[in-house]
Design a protein around this ligand. Sequence first.
Ligand SMILES: *Cc1c(COP(=O)(O)O)cnc(C)c1O
Ligand SMILES: [Zn+2]
Length: 428
Amino acid sequence: MQTVATTSDSADTVDLGPASGLSCRECGERFALGPIFACEACFGPLEVVYDLPGGDPEELRKRIESGPDNIWRYAPLLPVPADVADKPNLNPGFTRLVRADNLAREFGVTGGLWVKDDSGNPTHSFKDRVVAQAIEAARAFGFTTLSCSSTGNLAGAVGAAAARAGFRSCVFIPHDLEQGKVVMAAVYGGELVGIEGNYDDVNRFCSELIGDPAGEGWGFVNVNLRPYYAEGSKTLAYEICEQLGWRLPDQIVIPIASGSQLTKIDKGLQELVGLGLVEDRPYRIFGAQAEGCSPVSAAFKAGHDVVRPQKPDTIAKSLAIGNPADGPYVLDICRRTGGAVEDVTDEEIVDAIKLLARTEGIFTETAGGTTLGVAKKLIEAGVIDPALTTVVVNTGDGLKTLDAVAPTTGMSAVIRPNLDSFREAGLV
Ligand SMILES: *Cc1c(COP(=O)(O)O)cnc(C)c1O
Ligand SMILES: [Zn+2]
């Protein structure tokens, strides 16, 4: 299998809708659509470029609004065939945008605070969005086995999507993940392999496997299909704007693992502006990390352009990537938009999980605790403007990381089944 692009690839038989090719994010070199991810000229990462629909924005908006209640309403803006909604997939997306008034009061936010709640996806994390794109690319390129290196949620999303779409799957995770993530990755019946090491070791192993005959014919959603996979995060931007009434948010807080999601939300917002679907106005993007894995935050604060790798040690395991591939692009975006990257401690993550549950009835995983914790910290520091619209992205479900809150959460009392016993418990 090819791992480096060549200009002679033929895209004649590949139908990925409006996707017209790949382009190097470093040198701009163009390549035909194919299962490639690194530039032949400079080894820079590749990304999908499009012939997006022109014409009347009002017509496009109507077309989107009359589409299905999932990410395929945005199919004209994604690297997928036009009939994608008819193929077997999990139909993720169009998750709820919750107006968080209780939380806003708690924070003193007056401009409107929203939680984009991606725990409502089929496997309860935002990863269903990206896997849905990768599956279409895998179909187009003739792969029969789907794989990935995962911090947990991706493994479950690949397992489920592969089961439904009729692919074989074999996914790789660090061996010491939370039980909720392991069970959810295994239950769909594919192969699940624990690697003795952290995510960065898992990722290195997968890169080796791609170059080996043992990995022949395998589509690694976040490696050789990464350019397509990554585009799925644009749908978060589309949905947030549509759900705000076709308007850009002023401020948006996004967690960072590899940084892919953050960079593609920015790309999605810019596309909507370019297509005339939303009015062009400034927006600021903020990135969130856990202190125990904060390579991008450290670089941001130090004013560096390069991200120095770290060895992760945090309860936010789904964000525990010590050497984030998109780190430098995240720095660019947060600086260009006037945002910031910040980190919080494990204790602040737990507090934020419980705060969101207590104020809005939303139970998030440790990644969401990280994002909300950072939002709180930046509001208190006056970096996020309380008078402007703010959207916090919740990327996963608290049921997968019960261990984080179990030690400090429990029953108010255990009583015998009679009224006297209840009165004695002091709850009335
Ligand atoms: C994977 C993941 C992220 C971030 O992913 P990126 O690699 O930065 O795109 C955020 N939250 C959760 C819950 C995740 O599983
Ligand atoms: Zn290049």
